[in-house]
Design a protein around this ligand. Structure first.
Ligand SMILES: NC(=O)c1ccc[n+]([C@@H]2O[C@H](COP(=O)([O-])OP(=O)(O)OC[C@H]3O[C@@H](n4cnc5c(N)ncnc54)[C@H](O)[C@@H]3O)[C@@H](O)[C@H]2O)c1
Length: 255
């Protein structure tokens, strides 16, 4: 069967994280070239070697997505290495904390909005002029992008904000046939979610993982590779008439 991403150039932020790496592996397997972007050189090197196909199709570049010059450099490095960009997967994320409104720290609120919203904005700002017409932008929001929970001020606000950014981009870029969508994973079985669940478990006095499973109609966490398959769908021509949409990958948690 023909590979779905043959010859396509993809940039993945949060590229050495769990969902980023799983998506990189699938996109590479489907014939793409991938630029991994994240904060730590050591983690990027390890991910590139773990997901690499043995061919020269994976590269990495450190960048903090909240810093315009660093994002611009990562985009320039991608173009220099692979040529123009077809897919921007804007996926970097941090969680912040959980606290009642009066106690929620302002610096944490700012840092969470900076990564998810300003980061996704800067990635689009610098990548779009270097994208081929017909490309795809995918932003990782969350089930938290369509629901509310007490005390999760930074994360939930940021994940909702990404939907607004996606909608503006989708309308502006439609004349170039660049599609823009958000994916909304529910709890994923990885370290990011586990650390959230540990903190939550201490707050509520019960097992945080089970607490989430009880709220998910499919009664389990998702796997990074299941999120990656949704990323592949939105990145590829399989979703050629899909733009401006929210793709829930949450086991029904948002129903
Ligand atoms: N894990 C879950 O259950 C879950 C659920 C819904 C949505 N998400 C979202 O999925 C995305 C990926 O998260 P993950 O689960 O793979 O967690 P992860 O912690 O494994 O990956 C997140 C990556 O983002 C990177 N990052 C953080 N700040 C950055 C910055 N300023 N610049 C560049 N990179 C930065 C981190 O270094 C990390 O590698 C995030 O946006 C997260 O909010 C995760």
């Amino acid at each position: 069967m023909a590979k779905q991403m043959q010859g396509k150039v993809c940039v993945i932020t949060g590229g050495s994280g769990s969902i980023g790496a799983a998506s990189a592996k699938l996109l590479l397997d489907e014939g793409a070239s991938v630029m991994l972007v994240d904060l730590s050189e050591a983690a990027l090197k390890k991910t590139a070697s773990d997901v690499g196909t043995g061919k020269d199709t994976v590269a990495w570049c450190t960048a903090d997505v909240t810093k315009s010059d660093q994002v611009k450099n990562a985009v320039a490095r991608t173009v220099a290495k692979f040529g123009k960009i077809d897919v921007l997967f804007s996926n970097a994320g941090n969680f912040g904390t959980v606290a009642p409104i009066a106690d929620y720290p302002e610096d944490v609120f700012d840092s969470v909005l900076a990564v998810h919203i300003k980061g996704a904005f800067l990635c689009a700002k610098h990548a779009v002029p270097q994208m081929n017409d017909g490309g795809s932008i995918i932003i990782t929001s969350s089930v938290a992008g369509v629901t509310g929970d007490p005390g999760v001020y930074g994360y939930i606000t940021a994940k909702h904000g990404q939907v607004g950014l996606m909608r503006v981009l989708a309308k502006e870029l439609a004349p170039r046939n660049i599609r823009v969508n958000t994916i909304h994973p529910g709890p994923v079985d990885n370290d990011f979610q586990l650390s959230v669940e540990k903190k939550l478990g201490e707050l509520i006095g019960r097992d945080g993982t089970q607490f989430f499973n009880d709220m998910i109609p499919l009664r389990r966490h998702g796997r990074p590779d299941e999120v990656a398959r949704s990323v592949l769908y939105l990145a590829s021509d399989a979703s050629s008439f899909t733009t401006g949409t929210l793709l829930m990958v949450d086991g029904g948690m948002s129903i």
